[in-house]
Design a protein around this ligand. Structure first.
Ligand SMILES: Nc1ncnc2c1ncn2[C@@H]1O[C@H](COP(=O)(O)OP(=O)(O)OP(=O)(O)O)[C@@H](O)[C@H]1O
Ligand SMILES: [Mg+2]
Length: 491
C-alpha cells in the first residue's frame, strides 16, 4: 500500500516509454529501408547509364529512316540474355513505343513520357531520374536512354528500363530482408539499451518521488515538522521548496488558529469569572434581604441595596465594554470619519467630569486655544478614547492633584495629551496596560468597578484610525498619554 500510487505511476510511464520506443523504432526501419532502396536504384542507374548509348553504337536500328526490327530484336535478345534485369524499348520522337523486347509481353503503356528521358540525355546520366515503367502504368523506374539521330535530328530513342519487374521484386526481397535484418538488429540493440537507460532514469526519478510521497504522507498523518530535504542541484528542488513553503504556511495558520482559540477560551473564562463576582454579590445580598426581612435595620437595608446597585452598575459596564471591545476586535466597527473641532469635544467632556474632579479636589485643566483645530476622525469613537483616558486619570490621581487635557497642532497633525499628577505606572507594567483585563499596580487603590478593558478599547479605536498611542510615565510624578489626529485641511 505504501508506495502503490507511485509504483503504478512508474509502470504507466514505462509502458508509455516502451510504446514510444516501438513507434520510433518502426519509423527508423521504414526510413532506413526507403533510403537503402533509393541508394540501390541510384547506384544501378549510375552503373548502367551508358547502356542505351552502347546499344546504338552496336546496332543501327534505323536503316534509311526505317526501323530495322530484325537487327534490334537480335541485339536486345542478346542483352537480355546476359542481363535479364533490362527491358529495352524503341520510342519514336513523340515517345510512342515502336518496338520492345520484354519477357511475357506484359507491356501496358503505348507511349513514354519524354520529359525525364530528355532530362537524362541532357545531363548525360549524371542525375538520378525515374521514368515511366511501360509494364506498370503509374510506376516509375530508373532507366538509361539515348537518342537515335539522322542528319543530326532525333528521330527516335532507345529507352532501357534498368530494373525490370522481376529484378525489382528479387532485389527488393534481398534488400528488404537484408535491411530488415540489419535494421532489426540495430533497433533491437537501440531499443534494449534505450529501454534500460530509460527505466533506470525513471527509477531514479520515482525513487525521489517515493521519498517525497513518504514525507507528504507523514505530514498528512500529523507529523507537522516533516519537510523534504532540499539538496544542492537536486532535480526536484522546486517541488521540495514549494511543499516546504506550503507546509510552513499550514503550520503557521494552525498556530494562528490555536492562539485565536486560546484567546477565545481565555476571554470566555475571564468573562464568566468577572460576571460571576458581581452576580454572586447581588445574589448574596438579595438572599440576605429576603431571609432577614424583619430583622434588618433601615441603614443596613440601605447599605445592602447600595451594594446591589453598585454591582449591577459594574455588571452593566462590563457587559457594555466587552460588547464594545468584541465588536472592535471582530472588525465590525469602521471609523465614520468627519471633520470636527477637537477643543469643543474636550470642553464638553471636561464639563461632564467636572463634578467627579471637584469631589476629589482635582483641578481639571484644558488649554483655551483661540485657534480651534479641525480634525478628521470618528467623533464618537474619539470621545470614547478621551473618556477612558480622563476616567483613568481621575481614578488613579490622588486628591488635590491635577489633570490637564492639552491640544497642540502642527502643520498636518493635532496632538492631544492627557496628563495627570498621579502615581505613575511602573516600567514593568507599561507593556501590558493596553492588554484586555490588565488591572495593574497594586500600589493604587482600585475599587471593584475596574474591568481592565478601558485601555484595550482605546488602543483598538486608535488602531482603526491608524493612529498609535504614546505613553510617558514617572513613578509618583504622573502619567501622560498622547496621540495625533490628522488635521482636516491636510487629510
Ligand atoms: N493615568 C494612569 N495612572 C496610573 N495608572 C494607570 C493610568 N491609566 C491606566 N493605568 C493602569 O493601567 C491599567 C489598565 O487600565 P484600563 O483603563 O485598561 O483598566 P481600568 O481602568 O483598570 O479598568 P476600566 O477602564 O475598564 O474601568 C489600570 O488598571 C492601571 O493600573
Ligand atoms: Mg480605565
Amino acid at each position: 500500500m505504501k508506495n502503490s500510487s507511485s509504483s503504478g505511476f512508474f509502470w504507466k510511464i514505462v509502458a508509455l516509454f516502451t510504446g514510444l520506443l516501438f513507434v520510433v523504432g518502426f519509423a527508423y526501419v521504414f526510413i532506413t529501408v526507403n533510403l537503402a532502396e533509393k541508394y540501390a536504384q541510384e547506384r544501378n542507374q549510375r552503373l548502367n547509364a551508358d547502356i542505351a548509348k552502347n546499344i546504338i553504337a552496336e546496332v543501327k536500328p534505323y536503316v534509311e529512316g526505317q526501323l530495322d526490327t530484325t537487327a534490334t530484336d537480335d541485339i536486345m535478345h542478346h542483352m537480355m540474355a546476359i542481363n535479364p534485369s533490362l527491358e529495352v524499348y524503341i520510342l519514336d520522337a513523340a515517345g510512342k513505343i515502336l518496338n520492345y523486347v520484354a519477357p511475357y509481353k506484359k507491356v501496358k503503356l503505348e507511349s513514354v513520357d519524354l520529359v525525364p528521358v530528355e532530362d537524362f540525355i541532357r545531363t548525360d546520366g549524371e542525375k538520378y531520374i525515374e521514368g515511366d515503367d511501360p509494364r506498370n502504368p503509374g510506376q516509375y523506374k530508373v532507366f538509361s536512354a539515348a537518342p537515335i539521330k539522322e542528319n543530326n535530328v532525333t528521330i527516335a530513342y532507345i529507352y532501357v528500363v534498368l530494373a525490370s519487374e522481376e529484378y525489382v521484386s528479387a532485389s527488393e526481397y534481398v534488400l528488404n530482408s537484408y535491411v530488415l535484418k540489419l535494421g532489426g538488429r540495430a533497433i533491437l540493440i537501440t531499443f534494449l539499451s534505450a529501454l534500460l537507460l530509460g527505466i533506470l532514469a525513471l527509477w531514479l526519478i520515482t525513487k525521489n518521488l517515493n521519498k517525497i510521497i513518504t514525507i507528504v504522507k507523514k505530514f498528512q498523518s500529523g507529523e507537522m515538522s516533516a519537510r523534504i530535504p532540499v539538496k544542492e542541484g537536486g532535480g526536484i528542488n522546486d517541488l521540495a521548496i514549494t511543499f516546504n513553503d506550503m507546509a510552513d504556511t499550514i503550520v503557521g495558520n494552525i498556530e494562528n488558529l490555536k492562539s485565536m482559540e486560546n484567546l477565545r477560551r481565555e476571554l470566555v473564562g475571564n468573562v464568566s469569572h468577572d460576571l460571576r463576582t458581581p452576580l454572586s454579590v447581588i445574589h448574596g445580598y438579595i438572599e440576605t434581604l429576603m431571609i432577614k426581612q424583619n430583622q434588618l435595620t433601615d441603614p443596613e437595608r440601605d447599605k445592602y441595596l447600595k451594594i446591589i446597585l453598585e454591582s449591577t452598575h459594574k455588571l452593566k459596564k462590563l457587559v457594555e465594554e466587552l460588547f464594545e471591545l468584541s465588536k472592535l476586535e471582530a472588525q465590525q466597527v469602521t471609523a465614520q470619519k468627519e471633520p470636527f473641532f477637537i477643543q469643543e469635544l474636550i470642553h464638553d467632556l471636561c464639563q461632564k467630569f467636572e463634578l467627579l474632579a471637584s469631589e476629589k479636589n482635582i483641578v481639571l485643566k484644558t488649554a483655551h486655544n483661540p485657534n480651534k483645530s479641525l480634525v478628521f476622525a470618528d467623533v464618537s469613537l474619539i470621545e470614547r478614547v478621551l473618556q477612558n483616558l480622563i476616567d483613568n486619570a481621575l481614578k488613579f490621581t490622588p486628591e488635590n492633584g491635577e489633570i490637564s487635557v492639552l491640544v497642540d497642532s502642527s502643520d498636518q497633525y493635532v496632538e492631544i495629551q492627557v496628563s495627570d499628577t498621579g502615581p505613575g505606572i511602573p516600567k514593568e507594567q507599561i507593556p501590558y496596560i493596553f492588554d484586555r483585563y490588565h488591572i495593574g499596580d497594586k500600589r493604587v487603590s482600585l475599587d471593584n468597578k475596574n474591568t481592565g478593558l478601558g485601555l484595550a478599547i482605546v488602543k483598538k479605536i486608535l488602531e482603526i484610525h491608524n493612529v498609535t498611542i504614546n505613553l510617558s510615565s514617572k513613578l509618583d510624578k504622573g502619567t501622560t498619554f498622547s496621540f495625533q489626529l490628522p488635521q482636516y485641511e491636510n487629510s
